[in-house]
Design a protein around this ligand. Structure first.
Ligand SMILES: [Zn+2]
Length: 77
């Protein structure tokens, strides 16, 4: 799995419960890639902050910003 593939999956995960365990192939990538691990933990923290304020639906602009930040970082990989 490449970083681009991983990050595309991560975007899908924004719609899911952050507590759901990662698929095995995603975990495999994280073991090899510190960059994606940091990106994942940052994204999860952001989602948890939103959910703790009972904003269960991520605002569209936040999704947009997260997505752009994720893909921008990926280019440096
Ligand atoms: Zn990666």
């Amino acid at each position: 799995m490449t970083c681009t593939e991983f990050l595309a999956q991560l975007d899908d995960m924004l719609d899911q419960d952050a507590a759901i365990p990662l698929r095995a192939d995603l975990q495999e990538h994280l073991r090899e890639c510190d960059h994606c691990e940091v990106t994942l933990s940052t994204t999860r923290t952001t989602i948890q902050i939103y959910r703790s304020h009972e904003l269960y639906e991520l605002p569209e602009d936040l999704r947009e910003r997260l997505h752009k930040a994720i893909m921008a970082k990926c280019k440096k990989c």
